[in-house]
Design a protein around this ligand. Structure first.
Ligand code: PHB
Length: 397
Protein backbone atom coordinates (compact mmCIF):
# COMPACT_ATOMS: atom_id res chain seq x y z
CA UNK A 1 0.00 0.00 0.00
CA UNK A 2 2.74 2.36 1.05
CA UNK A 3 4.67 1.70 -2.22
CA UNK A 4 1.64 2.38 -4.31
CA UNK A 5 1.00 5.77 -2.72
CA UNK A 6 4.57 6.83 -3.35
CA UNK A 7 4.40 5.73 -6.96
CA UNK A 8 1.13 7.51 -7.44
CA UNK A 9 2.62 10.68 -6.08
CA UNK A 10 5.45 10.63 -8.64
CA UNK A 11 4.10 12.46 -11.65
CA UNK A 12 5.51 11.79 -15.14
CA UNK A 13 7.15 15.21 -15.08
CA UNK A 14 8.82 14.36 -11.80
CA UNK A 15 10.24 11.14 -13.25
CA UNK A 16 11.62 13.00 -16.23
CA UNK A 17 13.25 15.50 -13.91
CA UNK A 18 14.89 12.70 -11.95
CA UNK A 19 16.25 11.13 -15.12
CA UNK A 20 17.71 14.46 -16.22
CA UNK A 21 19.45 15.10 -12.93
CA UNK A 22 21.11 11.64 -12.85
CA UNK A 23 23.98 12.40 -15.27
CA UNK A 24 24.69 15.59 -13.34
CA UNK A 25 24.95 13.59 -10.14
CA UNK A 26 27.49 11.23 -11.76
CA UNK A 27 30.51 13.39 -11.23
CA UNK A 28 33.95 12.62 -9.81
CA UNK A 29 34.39 9.08 -8.53
CA UNK A 30 30.95 7.89 -9.54
CA UNK A 31 31.48 9.05 -13.10
CA UNK A 32 34.95 7.49 -13.34
CA UNK A 33 33.57 4.22 -12.06
CA UNK A 34 30.69 4.19 -14.52
CA UNK A 35 33.19 4.38 -17.40
CA UNK A 36 34.70 1.03 -18.33
CA UNK A 37 38.38 0.60 -17.54
CA UNK A 38 40.04 -0.24 -20.86
CA UNK A 39 43.13 -2.36 -21.28
CA UNK A 40 44.50 -2.16 -24.82
CA UNK A 41 46.62 -5.14 -25.76
CA UNK A 42 48.80 -4.63 -28.83
CA UNK A 43 50.11 -8.00 -29.99
CA UNK A 44 51.46 -9.74 -33.06
CA UNK A 45 48.47 -11.93 -33.99
CA UNK A 46 49.72 -12.51 -37.54
CA UNK A 47 53.20 -12.99 -39.01
CA UNK A 48 56.29 -14.63 -37.59
CA UNK A 49 55.42 -13.82 -33.96
CA UNK A 50 51.73 -14.83 -34.13
CA UNK A 51 52.11 -17.49 -31.42
CA UNK A 52 53.02 -14.74 -28.94
CA UNK A 53 49.75 -12.92 -29.65
CA UNK A 54 47.73 -16.12 -29.47
CA UNK A 55 49.28 -17.11 -26.12
CA UNK A 56 48.91 -13.70 -24.46
CA UNK A 57 45.35 -13.14 -25.67
CA UNK A 58 44.28 -16.55 -24.34
CA UNK A 59 45.98 -15.88 -20.99
CA UNK A 60 44.40 -12.44 -20.54
CA UNK A 61 40.96 -13.87 -21.29
CA UNK A 62 41.55 -16.73 -18.86
CA UNK A 63 42.55 -14.30 -16.12
CA UNK A 64 39.36 -12.33 -16.66
CA UNK A 65 37.19 -15.47 -16.74
CA UNK A 66 38.70 -16.56 -13.42
CA UNK A 67 38.74 -13.17 -11.68
CA UNK A 68 35.66 -11.43 -12.98
CA UNK A 69 35.10 -8.52 -15.31
CA UNK A 70 34.80 -5.80 -12.65
CA UNK A 71 37.32 -4.43 -10.15
CA UNK A 72 36.02 -2.26 -7.28
CA UNK A 73 32.78 -1.82 -9.18
CA UNK A 74 34.57 -0.74 -12.38
CA UNK A 75 33.85 -2.75 -15.51
CA UNK A 76 36.98 -4.00 -17.30
CA UNK A 77 37.11 -3.99 -21.07
CA UNK A 78 39.85 -5.78 -22.99
CA UNK A 79 40.76 -4.53 -26.45
CA UNK A 80 43.06 -6.67 -28.67
CA UNK A 81 44.85 -5.18 -31.68
CA UNK A 82 47.14 -6.93 -34.13
CA UNK A 83 50.35 -5.09 -35.07
CA UNK A 84 51.69 -7.96 -37.19
CA UNK A 85 55.03 -7.54 -35.39
CA UNK A 86 55.72 -4.25 -37.26
CA UNK A 87 56.89 -1.31 -35.11
CA UNK A 88 55.22 1.43 -37.22
CA UNK A 89 51.91 -0.36 -36.78
CA UNK A 90 52.43 -0.72 -33.02
CA UNK A 91 53.10 3.01 -32.70
CA UNK A 92 50.06 3.96 -34.80
CA UNK A 93 47.76 1.58 -32.91
CA UNK A 94 49.06 2.79 -29.53
CA UNK A 95 48.31 6.37 -30.55
CA UNK A 96 44.78 5.47 -31.64
CA UNK A 97 44.14 3.50 -28.48
CA UNK A 98 45.25 6.38 -26.28
CA UNK A 99 43.67 9.26 -28.22
CA UNK A 100 40.46 7.72 -29.63
CA UNK A 101 39.67 4.74 -27.42
CA UNK A 102 41.04 6.44 -24.29
CA UNK A 103 42.49 3.21 -22.93
CA UNK A 104 43.62 3.30 -19.31
CA UNK A 105 46.52 0.87 -19.81
CA UNK A 106 48.54 -0.32 -22.81
CA UNK A 107 49.78 -3.92 -22.68
CA UNK A 108 51.46 -6.65 -24.75
CA UNK A 109 54.46 -5.86 -27.05
CA UNK A 110 55.67 -9.07 -28.67
CA UNK A 111 59.09 -7.86 -29.78
CA UNK A 112 61.61 -5.35 -28.46
CA UNK A 113 61.31 -2.85 -31.37
CA UNK A 114 57.53 -2.75 -30.82
CA UNK A 115 57.94 -1.85 -27.14
CA UNK A 116 60.59 0.76 -27.93
CA UNK A 117 58.32 2.39 -30.54
CA UNK A 118 55.53 2.78 -27.97
CA UNK A 119 57.51 4.03 -24.96
CA UNK A 120 57.34 7.77 -25.91
CA UNK A 121 53.54 7.53 -26.26
CA UNK A 122 53.25 6.04 -22.77
CA UNK A 123 55.39 8.85 -21.39
CA UNK A 124 53.58 11.70 -23.17
CA UNK A 125 50.11 10.43 -22.30
CA UNK A 126 51.06 9.15 -18.81
CA UNK A 127 49.56 5.78 -19.70
CA UNK A 128 50.89 2.71 -17.87
CA UNK A 129 52.47 0.33 -20.38
CA UNK A 130 52.66 -3.26 -19.17
CA UNK A 131 55.22 -5.21 -21.22
CA UNK A 132 54.17 -8.86 -21.19
CA UNK A 133 56.64 -10.18 -23.79
CA UNK A 134 59.58 -8.10 -25.06
CA UNK A 135 62.72 -8.84 -23.05
CA UNK A 136 65.66 -6.55 -23.87
CA UNK A 137 67.02 -5.13 -20.64
CA UNK A 138 66.81 -1.42 -21.60
CA UNK A 139 63.06 -1.42 -22.36
CA UNK A 140 61.95 -0.43 -18.85
CA UNK A 141 64.36 2.53 -18.95
CA UNK A 142 62.63 4.04 -21.99
CA UNK A 143 59.63 5.35 -20.01
CA UNK A 144 58.76 5.78 -16.32
CA UNK A 145 55.32 4.36 -17.24
CA UNK A 146 56.66 0.93 -18.26
CA UNK A 147 56.24 -2.09 -15.99
CA UNK A 148 57.42 -5.53 -17.16
CA UNK A 149 55.96 -8.93 -16.26
CA UNK A 150 57.96 -11.07 -18.73
CA UNK A 151 61.72 -11.33 -18.15
CA UNK A 152 65.03 -10.05 -19.46
CA UNK A 153 67.63 -11.90 -21.50
CA UNK A 154 70.46 -11.00 -19.10
CA UNK A 155 68.34 -12.51 -16.29
CA UNK A 156 68.19 -15.94 -17.94
CA UNK A 157 71.54 -15.97 -19.83
CA UNK A 158 73.76 -15.62 -16.76
CA UNK A 159 72.36 -18.79 -15.14
CA UNK A 160 73.00 -21.05 -18.12
CA UNK A 161 76.54 -19.61 -18.49
CA UNK A 162 77.28 -20.58 -14.90
CA UNK A 163 75.78 -24.02 -15.37
CA UNK A 164 77.85 -24.62 -18.53
CA UNK A 165 81.12 -23.58 -16.90
CA UNK A 166 80.45 -25.92 -13.97
CA UNK A 167 79.59 -28.82 -16.26
CA UNK A 168 82.80 -29.42 -18.19
CA UNK A 169 81.92 -27.11 -21.06
CA UNK A 170 85.07 -25.14 -21.86
CA UNK A 171 84.59 -23.78 -25.40
CA UNK A 172 81.33 -22.22 -26.54
CA UNK A 173 80.11 -20.62 -29.76
CA UNK A 174 77.22 -18.20 -29.22
CA UNK A 175 74.42 -18.06 -31.78
CA UNK A 176 71.76 -15.36 -31.36
CA UNK A 177 69.11 -13.43 -33.28
CA UNK A 178 70.70 -10.15 -34.38
CA UNK A 179 68.72 -7.55 -32.41
CA UNK A 180 68.24 -6.28 -28.83
CA UNK A 181 67.49 -9.45 -26.85
CA UNK A 182 70.00 -11.51 -28.87
CA UNK A 183 72.75 -8.98 -28.21
CA UNK A 184 71.83 -8.97 -24.49
CA UNK A 185 71.96 -12.79 -24.41
CA UNK A 186 75.32 -12.86 -26.18
CA UNK A 187 76.88 -10.18 -23.96
CA UNK A 188 75.71 -11.56 -20.62
CA UNK A 189 76.36 -15.21 -21.47
CA UNK A 190 79.85 -14.32 -22.64
CA UNK A 191 80.89 -12.25 -19.63
CA UNK A 192 79.57 -14.77 -17.09
CA UNK A 193 81.05 -17.75 -18.92
CA UNK A 194 84.47 -16.08 -19.17
CA UNK A 195 84.28 -15.07 -15.52
CA UNK A 196 83.82 -18.77 -14.72
CA UNK A 197 86.86 -19.76 -16.79
CA UNK A 198 85.19 -20.56 -20.11
CA UNK A 199 86.26 -19.50 -23.59
CA UNK A 200 84.09 -18.09 -26.39
CA UNK A 201 85.41 -19.41 -29.71
CA UNK A 202 82.86 -17.83 -32.02
CA UNK A 203 79.98 -15.34 -32.06
CA UNK A 204 77.29 -15.84 -34.70
CA UNK A 205 74.23 -13.65 -35.30
CA UNK A 206 71.29 -14.50 -37.56
CA UNK A 207 68.76 -11.98 -38.92
CA UNK A 208 65.50 -11.63 -36.99
CA UNK A 209 63.29 -11.85 -40.09
CA UNK A 210 62.96 -15.13 -42.04
CA UNK A 211 66.27 -16.58 -40.96
CA UNK A 212 67.85 -19.51 -42.79
CA UNK A 213 69.85 -21.24 -40.10
CA UNK A 214 71.79 -23.58 -42.41
CA UNK A 215 74.88 -21.42 -43.11
CA UNK A 216 75.19 -20.49 -39.45
CA UNK A 217 74.88 -24.10 -38.34
CA UNK A 218 77.61 -25.06 -40.82
CA UNK A 219 79.85 -22.48 -39.16
CA UNK A 220 79.11 -23.98 -35.74
CA UNK A 221 79.98 -27.45 -37.07
CA UNK A 222 83.28 -26.14 -38.49
CA UNK A 223 84.23 -24.38 -35.24
CA UNK A 224 83.67 -27.62 -33.21
CA UNK A 225 83.05 -26.07 -29.79
CA UNK A 226 82.05 -28.15 -26.73
CA UNK A 227 78.67 -26.42 -26.91
CA UNK A 228 76.67 -23.86 -28.86
CA UNK A 229 74.64 -21.40 -26.79
CA UNK A 230 71.48 -20.25 -28.60
CA UNK A 231 68.92 -17.47 -28.20
CA UNK A 232 66.14 -17.10 -30.77
CA UNK A 233 62.81 -15.38 -30.10
CA UNK A 234 59.71 -17.43 -29.32
CA UNK A 235 58.36 -18.90 -32.56
CA UNK A 236 61.72 -19.76 -34.18
CA UNK A 237 62.75 -22.70 -31.98
CA UNK A 238 61.06 -25.48 -33.97
CA UNK A 239 62.60 -24.42 -37.31
CA UNK A 240 66.01 -24.15 -35.67
CA UNK A 241 65.77 -27.57 -34.03
CA UNK A 242 64.71 -29.16 -37.30
CA UNK A 243 67.77 -27.82 -39.12
CA UNK A 244 70.02 -28.69 -36.17
CA UNK A 245 68.86 -32.31 -36.53
CA UNK A 246 68.93 -32.36 -40.34
CA UNK A 247 72.56 -31.23 -40.36
CA UNK A 248 73.42 -33.96 -37.87
CA UNK A 249 74.59 -31.53 -35.21
CA UNK A 250 72.70 -33.44 -32.54
CA UNK A 251 75.05 -36.37 -33.19
CA UNK A 252 78.23 -34.32 -33.66
CA UNK A 253 79.20 -34.19 -29.98
CA UNK A 254 78.50 -30.42 -29.91
CA UNK A 255 76.09 -29.83 -27.02
CA UNK A 256 73.16 -27.51 -27.51
CA UNK A 257 72.47 -25.14 -24.62
CA UNK A 258 69.97 -22.31 -24.83
CA UNK A 259 67.59 -19.90 -23.20
CA UNK A 260 64.11 -21.38 -22.81
CA UNK A 261 62.90 -19.25 -25.74
CA UNK A 262 64.31 -21.96 -28.01
CA UNK A 263 62.67 -24.91 -26.22
CA UNK A 264 59.44 -22.90 -26.07
CA UNK A 265 56.48 -24.82 -24.60
CA UNK A 266 54.34 -23.56 -27.49
CA UNK A 267 56.38 -25.62 -29.99
CA UNK A 268 58.31 -28.12 -27.90
CA UNK A 269 56.07 -31.09 -28.64
CA UNK A 270 56.53 -30.56 -32.40
CA UNK A 271 60.32 -30.60 -32.16
CA UNK A 272 60.67 -34.33 -31.71
CA UNK A 273 63.52 -36.24 -30.15
CA UNK A 274 66.23 -33.84 -31.42
CA UNK A 275 65.21 -31.59 -28.49
CA UNK A 276 65.66 -34.34 -25.88
CA UNK A 277 68.38 -33.54 -23.37
CA UNK A 278 68.77 -29.86 -24.32
CA UNK A 279 69.73 -27.97 -21.15
CA UNK A 280 68.34 -24.45 -21.01
CA UNK A 281 67.48 -21.70 -18.54
CA UNK A 282 64.26 -19.76 -18.17
CA UNK A 283 61.71 -18.39 -15.73
CA UNK A 284 58.72 -20.53 -16.73
CA UNK A 285 58.01 -24.13 -17.67
CA UNK A 286 54.55 -25.61 -18.17
CA UNK A 287 55.95 -28.48 -16.08
CA UNK A 288 56.80 -26.24 -13.09
CA UNK A 289 55.75 -28.48 -10.19
CA UNK A 290 53.66 -26.15 -8.04
CA UNK A 291 49.96 -26.38 -7.18
CA UNK A 292 49.39 -22.89 -8.61
CA UNK A 293 50.96 -23.87 -11.93
CA UNK A 294 49.07 -27.15 -12.21
CA UNK A 295 45.84 -25.22 -11.75
CA UNK A 296 46.92 -22.62 -14.31
CA UNK A 297 47.97 -25.14 -16.96
CA UNK A 298 44.81 -27.20 -16.51
CA UNK A 299 42.51 -24.18 -16.81
CA UNK A 300 44.49 -22.76 -19.75
CA UNK A 301 44.44 -26.03 -21.71
CA UNK A 302 40.74 -26.54 -20.97
CA UNK A 303 39.99 -23.06 -22.35
CA UNK A 304 42.44 -22.85 -25.25
CA UNK A 305 43.28 -26.42 -26.28
CA UNK A 306 47.01 -25.67 -26.36
CA UNK A 307 49.81 -25.57 -23.80
CA UNK A 308 50.67 -22.22 -22.18
CA UNK A 309 54.21 -20.95 -22.69
CA UNK A 310 56.24 -18.20 -21.00
CA UNK A 311 54.40 -15.54 -23.01
CA UNK A 312 51.07 -16.75 -21.63
CA UNK A 313 52.25 -16.62 -18.03
CA UNK A 314 53.55 -13.05 -18.50
CA UNK A 315 50.18 -12.03 -19.98
CA UNK A 316 48.32 -13.67 -17.10
CA UNK A 317 50.54 -11.97 -14.52
CA UNK A 318 50.26 -8.67 -16.41
CA UNK A 319 46.50 -8.83 -15.92
CA UNK A 320 47.00 -9.54 -12.25
CA UNK A 321 49.29 -6.53 -11.83
CA UNK A 322 46.71 -4.30 -13.56
CA UNK A 323 43.74 -5.68 -11.56
CA UNK A 324 45.59 -5.25 -8.25
CA UNK A 325 46.64 -1.70 -9.12
CA UNK A 326 43.10 -0.73 -10.11
CA UNK A 327 41.82 -2.29 -6.88
CA UNK A 328 44.36 -0.28 -4.88
CA UNK A 329 43.00 2.92 -6.43
CA UNK A 330 39.46 1.76 -5.52
CA UNK A 331 38.52 1.64 -9.18
CA UNK A 332 39.64 5.23 -9.86
CA UNK A 333 42.70 4.45 -11.99
CA UNK A 334 44.82 7.30 -13.33
CA UNK A 335 48.29 6.82 -14.83
CA UNK A 336 50.40 7.94 -11.87
CA UNK A 337 48.22 6.25 -9.24
CA UNK A 338 48.22 2.97 -11.17
CA UNK A 339 51.98 3.10 -11.63
CA UNK A 340 52.50 3.70 -7.91
CA UNK A 341 50.27 0.72 -7.13
CA UNK A 342 52.10 -1.54 -9.61
CA UNK A 343 55.51 -0.87 -8.08
CA UNK A 344 56.50 -3.30 -5.37
CA UNK A 345 53.75 -5.86 -6.00
CA UNK A 346 54.69 -9.34 -4.73
CA UNK A 347 52.64 -12.39 -5.63
CA UNK A 348 52.70 -16.05 -6.46
CA UNK A 349 52.70 -16.53 -10.21
CA UNK A 350 52.37 -19.92 -11.90
CA UNK A 351 56.18 -19.60 -12.40
CA UNK A 352 56.84 -19.07 -8.64
CA UNK A 353 57.07 -16.00 -6.43
CA UNK A 354 57.66 -12.73 -8.28
CA UNK A 355 58.23 -9.07 -7.37
CA UNK A 356 57.82 -5.91 -9.44
CA UNK A 357 60.96 -4.05 -8.39
CA UNK A 358 59.81 -0.57 -7.30
CA UNK A 359 63.04 1.07 -8.50
CA UNK A 360 63.35 -0.50 -11.95
CA UNK A 361 59.70 -1.53 -12.59
CA UNK A 362 61.15 -4.79 -13.88
CA UNK A 363 60.30 -8.26 -12.66
CA UNK A 364 62.42 -10.12 -10.09
CA UNK A 365 61.95 -13.88 -10.32
CA UNK A 366 63.48 -17.33 -9.96
CA UNK A 367 65.42 -18.65 -12.95
CA UNK A 368 65.41 -22.40 -13.48
CA UNK A 369 67.85 -24.70 -15.21
CA UNK A 370 65.86 -27.30 -17.11
CA UNK A 371 66.39 -30.28 -19.34
CA UNK A 372 64.05 -31.38 -22.11
CA UNK A 373 62.61 -34.77 -21.14
CA UNK A 374 59.74 -36.97 -22.18
CA UNK A 375 56.97 -37.36 -19.61
CA UNK A 376 53.84 -39.36 -20.46
CA UNK A 377 54.80 -39.26 -24.13
CA UNK A 378 55.15 -35.46 -24.22
CA UNK A 379 58.22 -33.23 -24.22
CA UNK A 380 58.68 -30.87 -21.27
CA UNK A 381 61.32 -28.55 -19.84
CA UNK A 382 61.94 -30.34 -16.55
CA UNK A 383 63.46 -28.06 -13.89
CA UNK A 384 66.45 -29.45 -11.98
CA UNK A 385 68.12 -26.38 -10.48
CA UNK A 386 67.11 -22.85 -9.54
CA UNK A 387 68.60 -19.45 -8.90
CA UNK A 388 66.26 -17.59 -6.55
CA UNK A 389 64.97 -14.03 -6.92
CA UNK A 390 67.13 -12.93 -9.86
CA UNK A 391 67.08 -9.19 -10.62
CA UNK A 392 67.85 -8.07 -14.15
CA UNK A 393 71.68 -8.04 -14.21
CA UNK A 394 71.43 -5.49 -17.04
CA UNK A 395 70.38 -2.91 -14.45
CA UNK A 396 72.99 -3.66 -11.80
CA UNK A 397 75.17 -0.59 -11.98
C1 PHB B 1 61.98 -9.57 -27.81
O1 PHB B 1 61.88 -9.16 -28.99
O2 PHB B 1 62.25 -8.81 -26.89
C2 PHB B 1 61.75 -11.01 -27.54
C3 PHB B 1 60.81 -11.72 -28.27
C4 PHB B 1 60.64 -13.08 -28.03
C5 PHB B 1 61.39 -13.71 -27.05
C6 PHB B 1 62.30 -12.99 -26.29
C7 PHB B 1 62.50 -11.64 -26.54
O3 PHB B 1 61.23 -15.02 -26.83
Amino acid sequence: MQKRTVLQRLSLAGLAGLALSLPLALTGTAFAQAKPFKIGFILPMTGQQASTGRQIEAAAKLYMAQNGSTVSGRKIELVFKDDGGVADQTRRIAQELVVNDKVDVLAGFGLTPLALATAPIATQSKTPMVVTAAATSIITEQSPYIVRTSFTLPQVSVSIAEWAAKNKIKKVVTFVADYGPGLDAEKFFKSQFKLNGGEITGEIRSPLRSPDFAPFLQKVADLKPDAVFVFLPSGQGAAFMKQFGERGLDKSGIKLIATGDVTDDDQLNDMGDVALGVVNSHHYSAAHPSAANKKFVQAFEAQSKFRPNFMAVAGYDGMRVIYSALGATKGQGGGDALLAAMKGQVFESPRGQVLIDAQTRDIVQDVYIRKVEKQNGQLYNVEFDVQKAVKDPGKAK
